[in-house]
Design a protein around this ligand. Structure first.
Ligand code: A3P
Length: 345
Protein backbone atom coordinates (compact mmCIF):
# COMPACT_ATOMS: atom_id res chain seq x y z
CA UNK A 1 0.00 0.00 0.00
CA UNK A 2 2.75 2.39 1.08
CA UNK A 3 4.77 1.39 -1.96
CA UNK A 4 1.79 2.14 -4.26
CA UNK A 5 1.34 5.62 -2.70
CA UNK A 6 5.01 6.40 -3.10
CA UNK A 7 4.90 5.38 -6.76
CA UNK A 8 1.85 7.60 -7.31
CA UNK A 9 3.57 10.52 -5.63
CA UNK A 10 6.68 10.02 -7.75
CA UNK A 11 4.52 9.98 -10.88
CA UNK A 12 2.79 13.23 -9.87
CA UNK A 13 6.10 14.88 -9.09
CA UNK A 14 7.46 13.81 -12.48
CA UNK A 15 4.47 15.28 -14.35
CA UNK A 16 4.65 18.53 -12.38
CA UNK A 17 8.42 18.76 -12.94
CA UNK A 18 8.05 18.21 -16.71
CA UNK A 19 5.38 20.91 -16.86
CA UNK A 20 7.59 23.34 -14.96
CA UNK A 21 10.64 22.70 -17.18
CA UNK A 22 8.50 22.92 -20.33
CA UNK A 23 6.98 26.25 -19.27
CA UNK A 24 10.38 27.58 -18.33
CA UNK A 25 11.82 26.65 -21.73
CA UNK A 26 8.84 28.21 -23.49
CA UNK A 27 9.20 31.43 -21.49
CA UNK A 28 12.94 31.64 -22.13
CA UNK A 29 12.41 31.16 -25.87
CA UNK A 30 9.68 33.78 -25.94
CA UNK A 31 11.66 36.28 -23.94
CA UNK A 32 14.56 35.71 -26.31
CA UNK A 33 12.48 36.66 -29.32
CA UNK A 34 10.60 39.46 -27.59
CA UNK A 35 13.83 41.00 -26.33
CA UNK A 36 14.87 41.46 -29.89
CA UNK A 37 11.63 43.04 -30.88
CA UNK A 38 11.65 45.64 -28.14
CA UNK A 39 11.45 48.53 -27.97
CA UNK A 40 8.88 48.65 -30.71
CA UNK A 41 8.34 52.38 -30.49
CA UNK A 42 9.28 54.99 -31.31
CA UNK A 43 10.00 54.09 -34.88
CA UNK A 44 12.20 57.18 -35.34
CA UNK A 45 9.84 58.76 -37.85
CA UNK A 46 11.94 57.06 -40.52
CA UNK A 47 9.24 54.62 -41.24
CA UNK A 48 6.65 57.08 -42.46
CA UNK A 49 3.79 58.64 -40.51
CA UNK A 50 2.60 56.73 -37.44
CA UNK A 51 0.01 54.14 -38.20
CA UNK A 52 0.80 54.03 -41.87
CA UNK A 53 3.98 52.01 -41.92
CA UNK A 54 4.24 50.59 -38.44
CA UNK A 55 4.47 46.91 -37.86
CA UNK A 56 1.91 45.74 -35.32
CA UNK A 57 3.48 43.86 -32.38
CA UNK A 58 1.24 40.90 -33.08
CA UNK A 59 2.63 40.75 -36.58
CA UNK A 60 6.19 40.73 -35.33
CA UNK A 61 5.58 38.00 -32.80
CA UNK A 62 3.97 35.87 -35.42
CA UNK A 63 6.57 36.44 -38.06
CA UNK A 64 8.92 33.55 -37.46
CA UNK A 65 6.60 30.70 -36.66
CA UNK A 66 3.68 31.60 -38.83
CA UNK A 67 5.48 32.72 -41.94
CA UNK A 68 7.66 29.66 -41.71
CA UNK A 69 4.57 27.46 -41.74
CA UNK A 70 3.17 29.39 -44.69
CA UNK A 71 6.40 29.12 -46.61
CA UNK A 72 6.25 25.39 -46.17
CA UNK A 73 2.92 25.58 -47.94
CA UNK A 74 0.88 24.54 -44.91
CA UNK A 75 -1.32 27.62 -44.84
CA UNK A 76 -4.97 27.38 -45.61
CA UNK A 77 -6.75 30.17 -47.48
CA UNK A 78 -8.55 30.92 -44.24
CA UNK A 79 -5.28 31.43 -42.32
CA UNK A 80 -3.94 33.73 -45.03
CA UNK A 81 -7.13 35.81 -44.95
CA UNK A 82 -7.24 35.83 -41.17
CA UNK A 83 -3.74 37.20 -40.81
CA UNK A 84 -4.01 39.61 -43.77
CA UNK A 85 -1.07 37.97 -45.46
CA UNK A 86 -0.10 39.06 -48.93
CA UNK A 87 2.50 38.28 -51.55
CA UNK A 88 4.18 41.56 -52.31
CA UNK A 89 6.55 42.62 -55.06
CA UNK A 90 9.99 43.41 -53.63
CA UNK A 91 10.67 46.92 -52.35
CA UNK A 92 14.39 46.19 -52.56
CA UNK A 93 16.48 43.78 -54.60
CA UNK A 94 20.01 42.52 -54.00
CA UNK A 95 21.09 42.67 -57.63
CA UNK A 96 24.62 41.32 -57.09
CA UNK A 97 27.45 40.80 -57.19
CA UNK A 98 27.81 37.03 -57.50
CA UNK A 99 30.14 35.76 -54.75
CA UNK A 100 30.04 39.13 -53.06
CA UNK A 101 28.17 37.72 -50.07
CA UNK A 102 24.64 38.05 -51.48
CA UNK A 103 23.24 35.10 -49.52
CA UNK A 104 24.76 36.28 -46.24
CA UNK A 105 23.35 39.76 -46.81
CA UNK A 106 19.85 38.47 -47.57
CA UNK A 107 19.80 36.09 -44.61
CA UNK A 108 21.11 38.76 -42.24
CA UNK A 109 18.56 41.34 -43.42
CA UNK A 110 15.89 38.73 -42.86
CA UNK A 111 16.72 38.98 -39.15
CA UNK A 112 14.89 42.29 -39.24
CA UNK A 113 11.25 41.85 -38.23
CA UNK A 114 10.07 44.12 -41.04
CA UNK A 115 11.90 42.17 -43.75
CA UNK A 116 10.75 38.99 -45.44
CA UNK A 117 13.12 37.30 -47.84
CA UNK A 118 12.35 35.40 -51.00
CA UNK A 119 14.32 32.25 -50.16
CA UNK A 120 15.10 31.18 -53.72
CA UNK A 121 16.82 33.19 -56.43
CA UNK A 122 13.88 33.89 -58.72
CA UNK A 123 15.74 34.93 -61.89
CA UNK A 124 12.72 36.76 -63.21
CA UNK A 125 14.43 39.70 -64.89
CA UNK A 126 17.48 37.92 -66.33
CA UNK A 127 15.71 34.86 -67.70
CA UNK A 128 13.65 35.55 -70.84
CA UNK A 129 11.44 32.53 -70.30
CA UNK A 130 10.57 33.61 -66.75
CA UNK A 131 10.16 37.23 -67.75
CA UNK A 132 7.68 36.24 -70.45
CA UNK A 133 5.47 34.73 -67.70
CA UNK A 134 4.67 38.24 -66.51
CA UNK A 135 4.76 40.25 -63.30
CA UNK A 136 1.93 38.25 -61.63
CA UNK A 137 4.04 35.12 -61.96
CA UNK A 138 6.87 36.99 -60.24
CA UNK A 139 4.61 38.25 -57.46
CA UNK A 140 3.31 34.75 -56.83
CA UNK A 141 6.90 33.61 -56.27
CA UNK A 142 7.16 36.00 -53.33
CA UNK A 143 6.74 34.80 -49.74
CA UNK A 144 3.67 35.68 -47.70
CA UNK A 145 4.14 38.77 -45.58
CA UNK A 146 2.18 41.31 -43.59
CA UNK A 147 1.31 44.44 -45.57
CA UNK A 148 3.68 46.50 -43.41
CA UNK A 149 6.66 44.32 -44.11
CA UNK A 150 8.94 44.57 -47.09
CA UNK A 151 9.95 41.73 -49.35
CA UNK A 152 13.53 41.42 -50.55
CA UNK A 153 14.79 39.09 -53.22
CA UNK A 154 18.29 38.41 -54.48
CA UNK A 155 19.41 37.21 -57.89
CA UNK A 156 23.07 38.13 -58.43
CA UNK A 157 22.85 37.52 -62.18
CA UNK A 158 20.76 40.72 -62.43
CA UNK A 159 23.83 42.92 -61.98
CA UNK A 160 25.60 41.71 -65.12
CA UNK A 161 22.64 40.99 -67.42
CA UNK A 162 22.07 43.61 -70.11
CA UNK A 163 18.24 43.67 -70.15
CA UNK A 164 17.67 43.72 -66.39
CA UNK A 165 17.89 47.44 -65.47
CA UNK A 166 15.20 48.41 -67.97
CA UNK A 167 12.95 45.55 -66.90
CA UNK A 168 13.22 46.40 -63.20
CA UNK A 169 12.67 50.07 -64.00
CA UNK A 170 9.43 49.15 -65.80
CA UNK A 171 8.24 47.29 -62.70
CA UNK A 172 9.17 49.98 -60.17
CA UNK A 173 11.27 53.01 -61.04
CA UNK A 174 11.77 53.90 -57.36
CA UNK A 175 12.89 50.47 -56.14
CA UNK A 176 15.94 50.28 -53.85
CA UNK A 177 18.91 48.41 -55.20
CA UNK A 178 21.57 46.72 -53.11
CA UNK A 179 24.97 45.76 -54.49
CA UNK A 180 27.43 43.85 -52.34
CA UNK A 181 31.01 43.89 -53.57
CA UNK A 182 34.29 42.30 -52.52
CA UNK A 183 37.84 43.06 -53.52
CA UNK A 184 37.58 42.24 -57.26
CA UNK A 185 40.44 39.72 -57.52
CA UNK A 186 39.24 37.76 -54.47
CA UNK A 187 35.71 37.81 -55.88
CA UNK A 188 36.97 36.47 -59.24
CA UNK A 189 38.82 33.63 -57.49
CA UNK A 190 35.72 32.86 -55.41
CA UNK A 191 33.69 32.76 -58.63
CA UNK A 192 36.25 30.37 -60.18
CA UNK A 193 36.20 28.18 -57.04
CA UNK A 194 32.44 27.75 -57.28
CA UNK A 195 32.66 26.64 -60.93
CA UNK A 196 35.62 24.37 -60.14
CA UNK A 197 33.68 22.67 -57.36
CA UNK A 198 30.77 22.09 -59.75
CA UNK A 199 33.11 20.43 -62.26
CA UNK A 200 34.72 18.28 -59.58
CA UNK A 201 31.33 17.14 -58.39
CA UNK A 202 30.69 15.84 -61.92
CA UNK A 203 34.15 14.22 -62.01
CA UNK A 204 35.23 16.64 -64.71
CA UNK A 205 38.59 18.32 -65.02
CA UNK A 206 38.93 22.10 -65.28
CA UNK A 207 41.60 24.65 -66.15
CA UNK A 208 43.68 26.34 -63.51
CA UNK A 209 42.55 29.85 -62.61
CA UNK A 210 45.80 31.31 -63.98
CA UNK A 211 45.11 29.81 -67.40
CA UNK A 212 41.64 31.31 -67.59
CA UNK A 213 42.45 34.72 -66.16
CA UNK A 214 45.51 35.42 -68.32
CA UNK A 215 45.42 35.37 -72.12
CA UNK A 216 48.29 33.05 -73.15
CA UNK A 217 48.89 34.95 -76.41
CA UNK A 218 49.20 38.43 -74.97
CA UNK A 219 50.06 37.55 -71.37
CA UNK A 220 47.54 40.22 -70.39
CA UNK A 221 44.41 39.84 -68.31
CA UNK A 222 41.79 37.92 -70.23
CA UNK A 223 38.77 40.22 -70.29
CA UNK A 224 36.74 37.55 -72.07
CA UNK A 225 36.78 35.43 -68.91
CA UNK A 226 33.45 35.94 -67.18
CA UNK A 227 34.88 35.88 -63.64
CA UNK A 228 37.14 38.80 -64.63
CA UNK A 229 34.40 40.73 -66.42
CA UNK A 230 32.00 40.44 -63.49
CA UNK A 231 34.59 42.08 -61.21
CA UNK A 232 34.72 45.22 -63.38
CA UNK A 233 31.97 46.66 -61.21
CA UNK A 234 31.96 50.13 -62.72
CA UNK A 235 31.18 48.86 -66.24
CA UNK A 236 28.04 47.12 -65.04
CA UNK A 237 26.99 49.92 -62.72
CA UNK A 238 27.21 52.42 -65.58
CA UNK A 239 24.55 50.46 -67.47
CA UNK A 240 22.26 50.62 -64.42
CA UNK A 241 22.80 54.34 -64.09
CA UNK A 242 21.08 54.88 -67.43
CA UNK A 243 17.86 53.98 -65.63
CA UNK A 244 18.32 54.69 -61.93
CA UNK A 245 19.96 57.60 -60.09
CA UNK A 246 22.89 56.69 -57.83
CA UNK A 247 20.79 57.53 -54.74
CA UNK A 248 18.70 54.43 -55.40
CA UNK A 249 21.74 52.18 -54.92
CA UNK A 250 23.45 51.16 -51.73
CA UNK A 251 26.86 49.57 -51.88
CA UNK A 252 27.62 46.97 -49.22
CA UNK A 253 31.21 46.10 -48.34
CA UNK A 254 31.21 42.31 -48.68
CA UNK A 255 34.66 41.95 -47.11
CA UNK A 256 33.50 43.83 -44.03
CA UNK A 257 30.25 41.87 -43.90
CA UNK A 258 32.43 38.80 -43.29
CA UNK A 259 34.52 40.26 -40.47
CA UNK A 260 32.21 42.85 -38.94
CA UNK A 261 28.64 42.38 -40.21
CA UNK A 262 26.67 44.61 -37.83
CA UNK A 263 27.81 48.08 -39.00
CA UNK A 264 27.22 47.05 -42.63
CA UNK A 265 23.72 45.87 -41.78
CA UNK A 266 22.99 49.06 -39.89
CA UNK A 267 23.87 51.06 -42.99
CA UNK A 268 21.43 48.95 -44.99
CA UNK A 269 18.68 49.44 -42.40
CA UNK A 270 19.18 53.16 -42.76
CA UNK A 271 19.11 53.00 -46.56
CA UNK A 272 15.87 50.99 -46.47
CA UNK A 273 14.33 53.44 -43.97
CA UNK A 274 13.90 50.64 -41.47
CA UNK A 275 14.10 51.18 -37.72
CA UNK A 276 17.38 49.74 -36.41
CA UNK A 277 16.51 46.31 -35.08
CA UNK A 278 19.36 44.00 -35.99
CA UNK A 279 21.72 43.86 -33.05
CA UNK A 280 24.90 42.14 -31.98
CA UNK A 281 22.66 39.59 -30.25
CA UNK A 282 21.54 38.39 -33.69
CA UNK A 283 25.08 37.68 -34.89
CA UNK A 284 27.63 35.40 -33.28
CA UNK A 285 30.99 34.26 -34.52
CA UNK A 286 31.23 30.53 -35.08
CA UNK A 287 34.89 29.55 -34.83
CA UNK A 288 34.34 26.17 -36.51
CA UNK A 289 32.75 27.78 -39.57
CA UNK A 290 35.05 30.79 -39.42
CA UNK A 291 32.07 33.05 -40.11
CA UNK A 292 29.35 34.92 -38.33
CA UNK A 293 26.13 32.94 -37.93
CA UNK A 294 22.59 34.13 -37.26
CA UNK A 295 20.69 34.06 -34.00
CA UNK A 296 16.93 34.68 -34.24
CA UNK A 297 16.27 33.89 -30.57
CA UNK A 298 17.57 31.67 -27.80
CA UNK A 299 16.40 28.50 -29.51
CA UNK A 300 16.72 29.27 -33.20
CA UNK A 301 20.04 30.02 -34.83
CA UNK A 302 21.74 29.03 -38.05
CA UNK A 303 24.93 29.29 -40.08
CA UNK A 304 25.04 29.57 -43.86
CA UNK A 305 25.44 26.38 -45.89
CA UNK A 306 28.89 24.88 -46.38
CA UNK A 307 28.92 26.11 -50.00
CA UNK A 308 29.43 29.60 -48.57
CA UNK A 309 32.96 30.14 -47.41
CA UNK A 310 34.89 27.71 -49.58
CA UNK A 311 38.65 27.37 -49.39
CA UNK A 312 40.11 29.04 -52.47
CA UNK A 313 42.89 27.38 -54.47
CA UNK A 314 46.32 28.97 -54.31
CA UNK A 315 46.87 31.37 -57.17
CA UNK A 316 50.23 32.45 -58.56
CA UNK A 317 51.17 35.77 -56.94
CA UNK A 318 52.24 37.31 -60.25
CA UNK A 319 48.74 36.63 -61.60
CA UNK A 320 47.17 38.20 -58.54
CA UNK A 321 49.38 41.28 -58.95
CA UNK A 322 48.47 41.53 -62.63
CA UNK A 323 44.78 41.29 -61.88
CA UNK A 324 44.96 43.86 -59.10
CA UNK A 325 46.76 46.28 -61.39
CA UNK A 326 44.15 45.66 -64.07
CA UNK A 327 41.20 46.33 -61.76
CA UNK A 328 42.78 49.40 -60.16
CA UNK A 329 41.51 52.11 -62.58
CA UNK A 330 38.04 50.55 -62.69
CA UNK A 331 37.96 50.52 -58.90
CA UNK A 332 38.89 54.21 -58.76
CA UNK A 333 36.00 55.00 -61.08
CA UNK A 334 33.68 52.85 -58.98
CA UNK A 335 34.65 54.77 -55.82
CA UNK A 336 34.08 58.04 -57.64
CA UNK A 337 30.62 57.09 -58.88
CA UNK A 338 29.36 55.48 -55.70
CA UNK A 339 31.02 57.75 -53.16
CA UNK A 340 32.17 54.67 -51.24
CA UNK A 341 35.91 54.01 -51.08
CA UNK A 342 37.45 50.64 -50.30
CA UNK A 343 41.00 49.72 -49.39
CA UNK A 344 41.39 47.54 -52.43
CA UNK A 345 44.94 47.39 -53.77
P1 A3P B 1 33.69 32.37 -50.47
O1 A3P B 1 33.02 31.06 -50.67
O2 A3P B 1 34.59 32.77 -51.55
O3 A3P B 1 34.37 32.49 -49.11
P2 A3P B 1 27.40 34.64 -52.44
O4 A3P B 1 26.38 34.34 -51.41
O5 A3P B 1 27.15 35.92 -53.16
O6 A3P B 1 27.62 33.46 -53.35
O7 A3P B 1 28.77 34.89 -51.67
C1 A3P B 1 29.47 33.85 -51.05
C2 A3P B 1 30.46 34.48 -50.11
O8 A3P B 1 29.80 35.01 -48.98
C3 A3P B 1 31.47 33.49 -49.57
O9 A3P B 1 32.56 33.49 -50.45
C4 A3P B 1 31.77 34.05 -48.17
O10 A3P B 1 33.09 34.53 -48.04
C5 A3P B 1 30.81 35.22 -48.02
N1 A3P B 1 30.20 35.35 -46.71
C6 A3P B 1 29.96 36.54 -46.11
N2 A3P B 1 29.44 36.38 -44.90
C7 A3P B 1 29.32 35.05 -44.72
C8 A3P B 1 28.83 34.26 -43.63
N3 A3P B 1 28.37 34.83 -42.53
N4 A3P B 1 28.86 32.91 -43.77
C9 A3P B 1 29.34 32.34 -44.89
N5 A3P B 1 29.81 33.04 -45.95
C10 A3P B 1 29.81 34.39 -45.87
Amino acid sequence: MLFKQQALLRQKLFVLGSLAVGSLLYLVARVGSLDRLQPLCPIDGRFGPRGQDEIPLRALQFKRGLLHEFRKGNATKEQIRLHNLVQQLPKAIIIGVRKGGTRALLEMLNLHPAVVKASQEIHFFDNDENYAKGIEWYRKKMPFSYPHQITIEKSPAYFITEEVPERIYKMNSSIKLLIIVREPTTRAISDYTQVLEGKERKNKTYYKFEKLAIDPNTCEVNTKYKAVRTSIYTKHLERWLKYFPIEQFHIVDGDRLITEPLPELQLVEKFLNLPPRISQYNLYFNATRGFYCLRFNIVFNKCLAGSKGRIHPEVDTSVITKLRKFFHPFNQKFYQITGRTFNWP
